[in-house]
Ligand binder design. Structure first.
Ligand SMILES: [Cu+2]
Length: 174
């Protein structure tokens, strides 16, 4: 005896409950979709949208140029620079150091360029917890306006080898 084939279009007719859930999922999906670009405008911290290609050699020259122009001191062999807000700021990541130490002024807006000399590092500014990737070959420009003065630390939050845990930099806001 032949059995009846199961209904292939099983969801017809769509029950009221299912229709409600599909509706909720659709609305939530649309909210998430539009919130992504919206948060880029209203969000307090966003990934840098300004990026350039740069070789480690080119970036190194820019760092050295800034140090030559605005060095104000030294701490454990690492130069401290106090750049003018109208000048670009360069911070170099390499195994396992942030270089140099930068001194910024509260309330002034800076363009901070980040690049890596070797492999991927993670720029993590503490205790404000701002995090950005630092990649070799790319120059990421952060538009930064310090709102509080003090001593800040730059941790590396991307595992970069044996000395990763010692990769600790400093940033002063005066
Ligand atoms: Cu690192």
């Amino acid at each position: 005896m032949a059995t009846k084939e199961p209904e292939r279009i099983w969801w017809k007719p769509l029950s009221k409950d299912e229709r409600v859930w599909v509706g909720i999922a659709l609305i939530w999906m649309l909210i998430s979709f539009f919130f992504m670009p919206l948060y880029h405008i209203i969000g307090a911290q966003n990934p840098p949208a300004e990026t350039y290609k740069v070789t480690p050699e080119q970036f190194d020259k820019l760092v050295d140029g800034m140090i030559a122009k605005s060095k104000v001191g030294e701490e454990q062999g690492i130069p401290i620079v106090h750049p003018s807000p109208s000048d670009p700021v360069f911070i170099r990541a390499s195994m396992w150091q942030w270089y140099p130490i930068v001194e910024l002024e509260k309330g002034k807006t800076y363009r901070v360029h980040l690049s890596s000399m070797d492999l991927d590092h993670g720029f993590s500014l503490q205790p404000v917890n701002m995090n950005f990737m630092v990649l070799p070959g790319y120059d990421y420009v952060l538009k930064l306006t310090p709102t509080q003065s003090g001593e800040f630390h730059i941790l590396c939050n991307e595992f970069c080898g044996l000395g990763h845990h010692t990769m600790l930099g400093k940033l002063y806001v005066k």
